[in-house]
Design a protein around this ligand. Structure first.
Ligand SMILES: [Zn+2]
Length: 213
């Protein structure tokens, strides 16, 4: 199986996926597999030993999945808003996600909290989770991810205020480098009233953190 990797084997490899995952479009599986084989050689491994034979193709399928958000527009999930005269805060807390740090291609994972003050446009709660799915399935830095989500809500929902807080553990900090397991990186992006009005901001932060602080 893996010896066919060199010759346009990508789509067939995807069909034979032992994880049962379908092939995901727009990703050059063969190219990833060749690169992974190179990495294995470069670190002094034997990519032809039994345990590694299928690894390049498997990693290719994994990257196609982990970076699937590159081929999706998160705005599609925010365009199915409904009009509602609700002018109180909407908050979805503890939306779990995992993403890939673009500096090391190592995962970081955690939870996102999204709050907004609608301006006539209200979105289904699951759509907020969908937006996080798309944005997190890209090579990322947590700071940009936080701001991207906030800006998407501002532009698509024209919300009066948006607050996004993300808490995540970065494996590039826990398993390598400074090796600080347990450390959590917290980022926040405030827009509109949550940025300009101190009492609105503290209200949303109290909603997000509740009795945790
Ligand atoms: Zn990193």
């Amino acid at each position: 199986m893996p010896q066919k990797l060199e010759s346009g084997f990508g789509s067939l490899a995807a069909e034979l996926d032992d994880d049962g995952l379908p092939p995901i479009g727009h990703v050059d599986h063969d190219r990833i597999a060749r690169a992974v084989r190179e990495i294995l050689l470069a670190v002094g491994e034997d990519p032809d030993r039994e345990g590694l034979l299928e690894t390049p193709a498997r990693v290719a399928r994994m990257y196609a999945e982990l970076f699937s958000g590159l081929h999706e527009d998160p705005r599609q999930h925010l365009r199915k808003f409904f009009t509602e005269k609700y002018d109180e805060v909407v908050l979805v807390r503890d939306i779990s996600f995992n993403s890939m740090c673009e500096h090391h291609l190592l995962p970081f994972m955690g939870t996102a909290h999204i709050g907004y003050l609608p301006n006539g446009r209200v979105i289904g709660l699951s759509k907020l989770a969908r937006v996080i799915e798309v944005v997190s399935k890209r090579p990322q830095v947590q700071e940009r991810m936080t701001e991207t989500i906030a800006d998407l809500l501002v532009s698509e929902l024209e919300a009066k205020g948006v607050a996004v807080v993300i808490e995540a553990a970065h494996s590039c900090m826990t398993i390598r480098g400074v090796r600080k397991p347990g450390s959590i990186c917290v980022t926040s992006a405030m827009r509109g009233i949550f940025r300009s009005n101190l009492s609105s901001r503290s209200e949303i932060m109290t909603l997000i953190y509740g009795d945790r602080r």
